[in-house]
Design a protein around this ligand. Structure first.
Ligand SMILES: O=C[C@H](O)[C@H](O)[C@H](O)COP(=O)(O)O
Length: 241
């Protein structure tokens, strides 16, 4: 079916392949972003055509609204309890299936949903695959209270890792600070190359004002990479069933 909202062939190929992983009755996590939105549209088409039941938890208000408007049953994660599968996009992924996420400022809820799932599958176009994470900026969600002190602590943590970039407060087009769905701020780190993602993740997580960073390490089990010709390539971890 032609849908004007699904214009990107690579993303659509990945999203369409991921829809085939969904089984009737599943408890499903829905990601955020343009690729996840295509997945939601393709999923809704399949559910409408086949008429089966699903229980969905969304990773953002935007995704919840889209899924609900397309007739999918969206519930609070706590009402569902645990999820069988989460399908989400990514900003970058490396050969070990470690990710940078949060380009749409949704990584906090995305990480909560992904880690409350038996399996997490990433869908992405091939431009997202990198040898080493870091070319895409790394978002760090911080509490508004004392955020400038938190920024200082992040800067010191980066210096300990020989990363000297200054965290930048993410702003909207009107120059006001962007607030996440949880009412927090985002500090963006333009790092270029992250040589030790585990060390960086540990440093960031140890700072009191940091709510969550966009490094998703050892969370994703399968990546479905879409190509412009409509084909897909799968990268799987050994523990993917
Ligand atoms: O916060 C946003 C999410 O992490 C997205 O999944 C990520 O930014 C990828 O989005 P897109 O599919 O639009 O590139």
């Amino acid at each position: 079916m032609t849908d004007p909202a699904i214009a990107d062939q690579s993303k659509d190929a990945a999203a369409t392949a991921a829809v085939r992983l969904v089984e009737p009755g599943m408890r499903l996590g829905l990601g955020t972003g343009s690729t996840a939105a295509i997945f939601v549209r393709r999923l809704a088409q399949r559910v409408k055509a086949e008429g089966f039941e699903l229980r969905c938890a969304a990773t953002s208000k935007g995704t919840a609204e889209l899924a609900g408007s397309l007739g999918l049953r969206v519930e609070e994660l706590d009402d569902i309890g645990w999820l069988d599968l989460t399908i989400d996009g990514a900003d970058e992924l490396d050969p070990d299936l470690n990710l940078i996420k949060g380009g749409g400022a949704a990584h906090l809820r995305e990480k909560i949903v992904a880690t409350a799932s038996d399996r997490m599958v990433v869908i992405a176009d091939q431009g997202k695959v990198v040898n080493r994470l870091g070319q895409f900026h790394l978002p760090v969600e911080v509490i508004p209270f004392g955020w400038q002190a938190t920024r200082q602590l992040i800067l010191r943590a980066l210096e300990r890792l020989d990363l000297s970039q200054r965290p930048v407060l993410l702003r909207k087009r009107d120059d006001q600070p962007l607030l996440t769905d949880e009412g927090n701020l985002i500090l963006d780190l333009a790092l270029e190359e992250i040589h030790d993602p585990e060390a960086l993740a540990a440093e960031l997580s140890a700072i009191a004002g940091v709510v969550e960073h966009g490094l998703f390490l050892n969370i994703c089990q399968l990546a479905i990479i879409g190509r412009p010709d409509g084909s897909v390539v799968e990268l799987a971890r050994e523990d993917f069933e």
